[in-house]
Design a protein around this ligand. Structure first.
Ligand code: BG6
Length: 481
């Protein structure tokens, strides 16, 4: 058996892409509630003011808020042992700044955890998954303001105390390393965008770059404080970090390409993980900041906070890899939050993401060698267009093939000696895409009747991948046929 007993098989979601009910029961607006839908070639636009005439995909999403019983029952039927979900911060603290939490918001997640308990499903909670309360973005330019740390701590402490007997596994920030590049400004760091302009591709001045790395530093401090506080509240808690897992290969063996690869790996894969797992900035940070004219605003006590708040495990999303080259003219590939150079040895998804199961084994080995803490793959999957077949069903063999090859790669990594805790595939129930805001791009084992414009009755249907994954879980990953 490759996978250990109690391996956490399951699925993953994020509140802003899944829950809907964006203004119900006291919930305040969050940053993604201000972002329009797009497509693979039309960028998502950021609106300062929510326009009542515009369809914002997060507002209704796929309405988990009113379908949670049915959705969790389907996870129970598949045999999930783990369900990764995020808590919508502005459902608990509507502007992020209230002194007391919204009781209705707290009650909602109690009912969700009670449903999970019915099916012996362990919740894995992401405290902040691309959904900063809009109030904090407005007032402080998101995480660029140090004040957000104390607002976050009030929120995190509320969750730890409230759900102390219902939740054991926690993640502080989703894909924290998105903040090392400008595309992380809005979603990841909650910073202000430019009205009616795309949320990605923002050009930054040196000062804005310094603000961004300061915002990222504030997330590091907040995460470390939360880890410490969580352990005080319940020493049984396992609190992890979450990063984008995206290995980079040198495009050729030209040392210049290898150097480019090394720089990308350092910044993308190791910069944040070094801080959160080892408890200090990496050795290369000083030169990187100096050469890029980045000035991070820190306080003297921060070093100790980071040292004392290291995580229990390292989790990551894994969709693709890319190559790296010193030649600016080589062909580029599309990507998740990170893109890169096209790799001629790999095929890509319909959205241009390069499919690379071996890259998952390589990355698991690389991260385990460097950090020696348990690892968990908390997102993985294929975004694809699902068409109903003539028999009325969804035969998503392409999704099964994708997942099979990645689970095989994980099994190899475990045999290599990697300590792997679990696997929660992304978007177990179809949900809104984070990068494009589409419904057309689906990851689910369960289909949801909803299109890009919000048409559909939201009913759920099992795809072929549902039954396949049920068997995988039942055999603890032995039967992947
Ligand atoms: C990760 C995010 O980047 O990838 C998720 O944590 C996101 O929120 C997932 O949905 C897949 O990306 P996309 O853009 O296809 O939804």
């Amino acid at each position: 058996m490759a996978f250990k007993k109690g391996f956490l098989w399951g699925g993953a979601t994020a509140a802003n892409q899944f829950e809907g009910a964006w203004d119900e029961d006291g919930k305040g607006p969050s940053v993604p509630d201000h972002i329009r839908g797009g497509t693979v070639d039309t960028p998502r636009l950021y609106d300062e003011v929510i326009d009542p005439e515009v369809y914002y995909p997060s507002h209704r999403a796929v309405d988990f808020y009113h379908h949670y019983k049915e959705d969790i029952a389907l996870y129970g039927e598949m045999g999930f042992r783990c369900f990764r979900l995020s808590i919508n911060w502005s459902r608990i603290y509507p502007t992020g700044m209230e002194e007391t939490p919204n009781e209705k918001g707290l009650a909602f997640y109690h009912t969700v955890f009670a449903e999970c308990a019915k099916y012996q499903i362990e919740p894995l909670v992401t405290i902040s998954h691309y959904e900063l309360p809009w109030g904090l973005s407005e007032k402080y330019n998101g995480w660029a303001g140090r004040e957000v740390i104390s607002h976050f701590m009030r929120y995190a402490e509320t969750l730890f105390k409230e759900y102390k007997d219902e939740v054991r596994y926690w993640l502080t920030f989703n894909e924290i390393n998105n903040g090392v590049q400008s595309s992380g400004r809005i979603l990841s760091l909650g910073m202000k965008g430019i009205d009616h302009k795309p949320m990605f591709g923002i050009e930054e001045t040196d000062e804005e770059k310094s603000d961004r790395f300061t915002a990222l530093h504030h997330q590091f401090v907040a995460s470390a404080l939360a880890v410490k506080k969580g352990h005080e509240i319940n020493p049984e808690f396992k609190i992890g970090m979450m990063t984008i897992g995206h290995p980079v290969y040198a495009y050729t063996c030209n040392p210049d390409d290898v150097k480019a690869m090394n720089d990308e790996m350092n910044l993308r894969m190791f910069f944040c993980a070094d801080v959160q797992v080892r408890g200090h900035y990496p050795f290369f940070a000083k030169r990187f900041f100096e050469e890029n004219n980045i000035h991070v605003r820190t306080l003297p006590e921060d070093e100790q906070i980071l040292r004392e708040g290291t995580v229990d495990f390292l989790s990551f999303s894994y969709y693709m890899s890319s190559a790296s080259s010193a030649d600016p003219n080589v062909t580029k590939a599309q990507g998740n939050m990170f893109a890169g150079v096209k790799n001629p040895y790999l095929k890509a998804s319909e959205w241009g993401w390069q499919i690379d199961p071996k890259g998952l084994r390589i990355l698991l080995n690389t991260l385990y060698a460097r950090y020696e803490v348990p690892l968990m793959v908390v997102e993985n999957g294929l975004g694809a267009v699902d068409e109903r077949s003539e028999d009325g069903k969804f035969h998503d063999t392409y999704r099964i093939d994708y997942m099979r090859s990645h689970i095989e790669a994980m099994a190899e990594a475990v045999k290599d000696g990697v300590d792997l805790m679990g696997y929660t595939m992304w978007g177990c129930t179809d949900l809104v895409s984070a990068s494009t805001g589409e419904m057309k791009k689906r990851y689910g084992l369960v289909y949801v009747d909803l299109d890009n414009d919000g048409n559909g009755d939201l009913h759920r249907e099992r795809k072929d991948s549902f039954y396949w994954y049920q068997k995988v879980i039942k055999t603890n990953g032995e039967d992947l046929a």
